[in-house]
Design a binder for this molecule. Sequence first.
Ligand code: ADP
Ligand code: ASP
Ligand code: MG
Length: 409
Amino acid sequence: MTLVVQKFGGTSVANLDRIRHVAGIVARHVKAGERVCVVVSAMAGHTNQLVEWVTGLDPVHYDRAEYDTVVASGEQVTIGLLAIALQKLGIPARSFLGWQAGIRTDAAHGKAGIVEIDPQPLLSCIEAGVVPVVAGFQGIGPDGRITTLGRGGSDTSAVAVAAALKADRCDIFTDVDGVYTADPRIVPRARKLARITYEEMLELASLGAKVLQTRSVALAMRYGVRLQVLSSFEDVPGTLVVDEDEIMESNVVSGVTFSRDEAKVSVLRVEDRPGVAAAIFGPLAEANINVDMIVQSVSRDGRHANITFTVSRADLPRAVEILERQRERIGFERVDADADVVKVSVVGVGMRSHAGVAHRMFRTLAERGINIQAISTSEIKISVLIAEEYCELAVRALHAAFGLDRTDG
Ligand code: ADP
Ligand code: ASP
Ligand code: MG
């Protein structure tokens, strides 16, 4: 008998009608003879509300463990409601909080990683013919306290549960009917991909496509979980995330994505000598601030340089504060900060064997008068930093330039 993990996101369980609808989907699979384990998110908007309540009391220095206690509660509501809705359809079901489902995490409150899942509680439930409904996004830390996995973390819960149960499939039901060549809300001409490789999906997710949490893709890749993204509203084929050898032919670029969670820091007129970069990035690393793109330009006198880099928006004030504190030691004229930037990326495994992708990307942006402030590349992606006001224009222009636009309609 096949065993599937079905995950339903926030919009799919946003109210009682939708919860009844989701119960109907689960019931159909159970009646078709599949064994099902369900993972759910909180109702759409509920987690945001919970976060606002915590930060309303203290915007910065709140107790991370209590934050988790509060924000994990949204999922407690939906697991109970969905279990009741399933029972009303004659399907035996019961709810599981993260700890009851044996989901053990590290102690990094607010962004915990799953360390281990004891499959026994869920397996016993399934063997007894009862559908487990598991709270996504949460687990239990080493000290027995509730932890959460970072925003969007229910995807990761679902994949981890699928790996632990050795499920045949992990279906992520959401409010779009698959993974598109770009966010369909920004690019109306985006096309649904029938298949995408784990690697491309990993890049797209980490570069801003929030349809799957990045960690969920990394886990699926590591444990060989068959992952599918599909709609909870429409019964149509979704997108399969697969190994590269399962894709017959692909475009050079498979997708275009963007992230608004970027901020640019420029350290102006530092001395051009060994040790300066280390003096800048050392203290940032110690403060756990992730630095992404880095550009260094040498000034005309040949003795000074400007170093520009990006951090996430939330880290910007701290990054500037740390550099100002180190002013004497580093030696610079001033630090500039700019939060009105976005990172736009093109992703595709086809880049490995095709030259000219960077050129086409830069030319397309130049034709629109869009200035590039920083660039970073990997084997299968190119990212550029641009002014935020050009975000949608750039994404649409690149989508068209790489031949991804839908041609019908
Ligand atoms: P859920 O609540 O089900 O977890 P999310 O809001 O987290 O759903 O993720 C689904 C959203 O991801 C879609 O509504 C869509 O706007 C967005 N998205 C961004 N990039 C893409 C993409 N390339 N393909 C599909 N959806 C995308
Ligand atoms: N409810 C959590 C969030 O909004 C987890 C999730 O939806 O995946 O981030
Ligand atoms: Mg999500």
